[in-house]
Design a protein around this ligand. Sequence first.
Ligand SMILES: *[C@@H]1O[C@H](CO)[C@@H](O)[C@H](O)[C@H]1NC(C)=O
Length: 350
Amino acid sequence: MASRAFRWRRPYTVILSAVGLLMLCDLFGVFRHMFELDYDTHFTYPLDSEVNFYVNLMLSGQQSPVTPLESHHFRYLIDPRERCSGQRPLRLLIAIKSAPDHVERRRVIRQTWAELRTDVRHVFLLGTRAGDYELQRTVRREVEEYNDIVQAYFQDSYYNNTLKTMSGFRWAIERCADAEHTLFVDDDMYVSVPNVLRLAAQRAEYPAPEGGTAAAAAVPQPDSPLLVGYVFPASSPHRHRFSKWFVPLQEYPFSRWPPYCTAGAYVVSRSALRRLLYTSYYTKMFRFDDIYLGLVAQKAGVKPLHTDYIHFWEQTYSPDEFRHVVAAHGFHDPSRLLTVWSEQHKLGNA
Ligand SMILES: *[C@@H]1O[C@H](CO)[C@@H](O)[C@H](O)[C@H]1NC(C)=O
C-alpha cells in the first residue's frame, strides 16, 4: 500500500525537484554564465564607433561632429568656483565622494588628510536628498564655513555613484584644470597625501627608495596619461541574483570586465582626466562607477596601472605596515581614522 502511494506521488516529486533545481540554477546564475559572450573575442561597448577620433578633435579644441551619448551636464547647486584659483603649481586635487549626511566623516577628514599642504586642494562630492530641507541647511552651513563642497543635482544613492564620479570629473576639468593629478577617493578611506604624491611621480616604481636612482629615473614626462589604483585585471560579473552587484545579461553580456580600478581610491593625471571625461561622453552609462570608468578607460586606450599600496579591503592596522600605504579602506568610523592617521603623521608617513 505504502509503495503504491509512493509510486503515485513519484512523478510529482520528480517534477518538483526538477523545478527546484532549475530555480536554484537561476538563482546562482548558472544559465547566465552559460550564455555569456567570451570577452576576448566579442567585447564591444556602445558607442561602437570612431570614439578616439571624436575625442582627439575635442582635445585639440575642436567640436566633435557626433552628438554625445552622455553629456554629463550637471546642474551644480553648490559650486565653489574659486576653490583652485591662485595656487601654482597645484600638485593635487582630492575629490572625495561623500553623502549629504556624512557630516562627521567630513569633519575628521578636514582635520586629518585634507588641508595638509598649500599645493593640494580638496572638495567633497555630494548629490541631493530630495525633500530633506533640514539636511540641506546643514550642508549650507558647512559650505559657509569651509567652502569645500561640490553638490550636483541628482538623487544621492548607491546606484547613482557613477553620476557622482562624473560630476567630479566634470567639475575638476571646469574649475580645477591646472591640477597635475586628481585623487578620487571615498569618505571612508585613510589617505596619506605625501604617498599619493610619490605614487603619482614614481608610478610603476612606487615605492622607490627615497633619493634613490629609481626615484630620479621615474620622474614622469610632463602630463603623460596615468590612471593608477588597485586594479582588477579580469574579474567576472556577478550573475547570482542575491548579489548587491548582480548584473543581468541584457545589461552586460560578456564573461568578464575590462581591467578597472576599484572605486575606493585612484589617481588620474591631468591629461588622462580630460581624455577619460571626453571618452565618457561616448560611453553608455553603467551604474557601478568603477566598472564604468573601466569601460571608459578601455575605449580611451588608457591602461589602468596597478598598485598594491591602495587597499580596497579592510585590514588590521599595524604602524609599520602602513608606511607606504597610499590609501586604505575600512575607515567608516571617523575616530579610527583620527587615531591611525595621527599616528602615521607622527611617524612621518602621512
Ligand atoms: C539617480 O538620480 C536621478 C536624478 O536625480 C534620479 O531620477 C534617479 O532616480 C536616481 N537613481 C537612483 C537609483 O537613485
